[in-house]
Design a protein. Structure first.
Lengths: 122, 413
């Protein structure tokens, strides 16, 4: 029964809620985050080649994106990944204020365990 | 069991007529009072009953704020959840309560059109709503407040009830979810702000409008206020019941004639999860309390696992259904759910490959949030609950030993 917006059915299982990006402002975080149109994405995988720091591929070649703001140092690579996606499914968008706050205030334990979901089941 | 929505004539008597409904409950409040409804629903603490449990008043207010008098209300009675029957029972027996709620919602958010979206397989519900709409058309007293209302048959698929899929179907005849944003409350049917609200939520609103938020809050035995419709399965007397929110699983089991075995129960339907044990059976059936413990009230499904049913097999069949019901738009959902369902089926049969269980557990952690809608999230949420609840059984199945239970086929009732 899927009848309400995403945020309304969040049962705390979304990666964003548990695995925020690097929380250290000193590391230099941009105010941009990576988003993807899942319907358009065909799993070409070029994004993961250009931005392995933030994107890995699952067992079927579809991207798993690390949530949270893109580090400033990686912005150039991120833009290239966005521009070279063959189906233009990848985008950079402004981080919602709440997400930024969550990334900065996340408990230390979560940070150490954080990072993107790993597809370790090969 | 506390009857509010299901108060009145016996359910077996079929749809309540407009005359009987009006005599029993009195007329709806006048147009002036309807603007005050969103804050009133907020004060009542009414949570949506489609599965997500979002506050109804807040949802109405967000559509009202964008409406400029041109919004649309979509009453969602698609009910594609195989284990749920509460929406169709409500529509079949109390159609005017649902239509009252839709009419009030239209007035409150400033809508000029109402769509009643009912699963095409729910024949009795569609017939009852259709006849109720005719009765209302013929009622001269309603001319002033009448909002054009259309009955639309929803395709009999699981995702057709997802709100962006419902809007997509009305707009283009394609009941598959769309990429969001925009969400329907921003841009929905014909690009207008659209309130998509489950039919049970609307029926509660129709009672709150008449009796007030204090009356609504009188029911409720734990945190969340009010009553809720639930669908009970796997018990000697299955079916739809109305409970005071906060009633325990043990009490529901007793009423339905199920042995209080503290065995596994599927809560919330295919988008929910398995729970087991004494703490679960004594915990209140309350959306907010369950959510905190990692369980889900969802759309009110309470499906007891019979002692001759195997949890691994039941889970494998549900996952196979969910994989088959993918709208086939997003890679992680298409390939991920199929891979999970196939591995789960091998586990259930006792013919697992070497690392099936390990792979299934891994995939259960990597698919959430990776579809346009939350279909994959629902499937892996259920899978994770199964891996917790049937931990030993899954291990036994991986080793090819199978289990002693599981001879009986999994079925909705």
């Amino acid at each position: 029964m899927k009848t309400s917006p995403t945020s309304q059915r969040d049962r705390g299982t979304q990666p964003n809620a548990r695995r925020p990006g690097p929380p250290d402002p000193a590391a230099g975080l941009s105010d941009l985050t990576l988003g993807i149109d899942r319907i358009t994405c065909d799993g070409y995988g070029s994004c993961a080649e250009l931005l392995p720091e933030m994107i890995e591929l699952d067992d079927w070649g579809y991207p798993i994106i690390r949530p949270g703001p893109v580090p400033t140092a990686l912005l150039g690579h991120a833009r290239m990944a966005v521009d070279t996606c063959p189906v233009l499914a990848l985008r950079l968008a402004a981080v919602a204020r709440a997400t930024m706050a969550a990334a900065v205030n996340v408990p230390a334990a979560t940070v150490r365990a954080g990072g993107p979901a790993r597809a370790t089941n090969r | 069991m506390t009857a509010r929505l299901l108060d009145g004539p016996a359910l077996a008597a079929g749809p309540e007529t407009l005359a009987a409904h009006t005599i029993r409950l009195g007329p709806l409040p006048g147009p002036g009072d309807r603007q005050a409804l969103p804050p009133m629903l907020d004060a009542a603490g009414l949570l949506g009953r489609g599965g997500a449990g979002f506050p109804v008043g807040r949802k109405w207010a967000s559509v009202a704020g964008r409406s400029e008098g041109r919004a649309i209300v979509l009453a969602n009675g698609a009910e594609g959840e195989p284990l749920s029957a509460k929406d169709r029972v409500l529509m079949s027996t109390r159609p005017h309560l649902v239509l009252d709620g839709a009419e009030l919602a239209a007035a409150a958010v400033g809508a000029e059109h109402i769509v009643i979206y009912v699963g095409s397989e729910h024949r009795a519900a569609r017939a009852a709503i259709g006849r109720a709409l005719e009765e209302r058309m013929a009622d001269m007293r309603r001319i002033a407040t009448r909002v054009p209302t259309e009955l639309v048959a929803a395709p009999p698929t699981y995702v057709a009830g997802e709100e962006s899929a419902a809007v997509h179907f009305i707009n283009e005849g394609d009941a598959r979810p769309t990429a969001t944003p925009p969400r329907p409350f921003e841009s929905g049917i014909d690009g207008r702000p659209t309130l998509v609200q489950n039919v049970e939520s609307l029926a509660h609103a129709a009672l709150i409008a008449r009796r007030g938020e204090q009356w609504y809050r009188e029911a409720g035995r734990s945190e969340t206020r009010g009553t809720a419709l639930i669908t009970i399965g796997g018990a000697p007397t299955p079916g739809v019941a109305e409970i005071e929110i906060g009633t325990t699983l043990a009490e529901v089991a007793e009423t339905a004639g199920a042995p209080v075995s503290l065995g596994p129960v599927l809560l919330g339907g295919y988008f929910g999860g398995w729970v087991a044990g004494r703490s679960a059976w004594q915990a209140p059936l309350d959306p907010q309390v369950l959510r905190r413990s990692g369980a889900a009230f969802g759309c009110g499904v309470v499906r007891f696992l019979r002692t001759d049913e195997c949890g691994v097999r039941a889970t494998a069949l549900i996952l196979d259904f969910m994989a088959g019901q993918s709208a086939a738009q997003c890679g992680p959902c298409v390939f991920g759910l199929r891979a999970i369902a196939d591995a789960a089926a091998r586990l259930a049969r006792g013919t697992a490959r070497g690392d099936d269980l390990r792979r299934v557990s891994g995939w259960s952690q990597t698919l959430a949030g990776r579809g346009a809608c939350r279909h994959p999230d629902g499937a892996v949420g259920l899978l994770r609950s199964a891996l917790r609840t049937f931990d030993d059984d899954f291990t036994a199945h991986q080793r090819g030993r199978g289990c002693v239970a599981g001879q009986r086929a999994w079925a909705a009732a």
